[in-house]
Design a protein around this ligand. Structure first.
Ligand code: PGA
Length: 243
């Protein structure tokens, strides 16, 4: 929940100017607030590999749910991606794994690709049960999907203790969890699907650490918060993506 429309348009315009084309096989998504989706989508039109994402999606279809934004609404304005289960939604708006399951289903009903977030709080990391915790989030949230839907699925691993705190998981901690997540997918869906899934790391990604984090074999990209609000910083992060 940052920036006015004019500030957001300026930011995206500067980023588009700063990144002259993406590396083959990479994509850049801008997850903007609901009121700016249409304008932002117009800005990236015609830019190969650049897309606009919503930051959330309703768990229900159209109806009497004041304040919610449905998959049908997003589809009707040409939006093809939605973040689901960001830790701030889970924490501040009490979104449960069960609710997120419904959101994932609604997204697919309307041809919207979910960017499904998972990640443990500090207390769980400290007692060493982060793998079990994330396993449960994925089991409840997405492992009900069939293989077709899991092909090319996007997961963002975001250790809550590293979001907006300036604390980054080390590249090794990110890689360990990403490898764990990929092995869970592999067990359930097989190797081909596991390797088609993009696993993004989120939590204080910056221009100075992006290359090292993205350099790990199971880290396919990033979900960037604070650093995305600065055009030159975000351009450097995009340039750090591996092919
Ligand atoms: P951050 O945010 O990059 O500021 O830590 C990440 C996020 O919001 O997912």
């Amino acid at each position: 929940m940052n920036l006015t429309l004019a500030e957001g348009e300026k930011l995206i315009t500067e980023i588009l100017q700063g990144v002259s084309g993406l590396k083959p096989g990479t994509e850049a998504l801008f997850a903007v607030p609901f009121p700016y989706l249409v304008q932002a989508n117009n800005l990236v039109k015609g830019q190969t590999g650049m897309f606009i994402s919503a930051q959330d999606i309703a768990a229900t279809n159209n109806g009497a749910f004041t304040g919610e934004v449905s998959g049908a609404m997003l589809k009707s304005i040409g939006i093809k991606y939605a973040i689901i289960g960001h830790s701030e939604r889970r924490e501040y708006f009490h979104e449960s794994n069960e609710l997120l399951t419904e959101k994932v289903i609604r997204a697919f009903e309307h041809g919207i690709h979910p960017i499904f977030c998972c990640g443990e709080p500090l207390s769980i990391r400290e007692n060493g049960s982060q793998n079990t915790y994330v396993n449960q989030q994925l089991r409840d949230g997405i492992f009900h999907l069939d293989s077709e839907k899991m092909k090319g699925f996007i997961i963002a691993y975001e250790p809550i203790w590293a979001i907006g705190t300036g604390k980054t998981a080390t590249a090794e901690q990110a890689e360990d969890m990403h490898a764990h997540i990929r092995s869970l997918i592999e067990k359930q869906y097989g190797t081909d699907i596991a390797s088609s899934v993009s696993i993004l790391y989120g939590g204080s990604v910056k221009a100075t650490n992006a290359k090292e984090i993205f350099g790990k074999p199971n880290v396919d990209g990033g979900l960037v918060g604070g650093a995305s609000l600065n055009a030159s910083e975000f351009c450097e992060i995009i340039k750090s993506l591996k092919n």
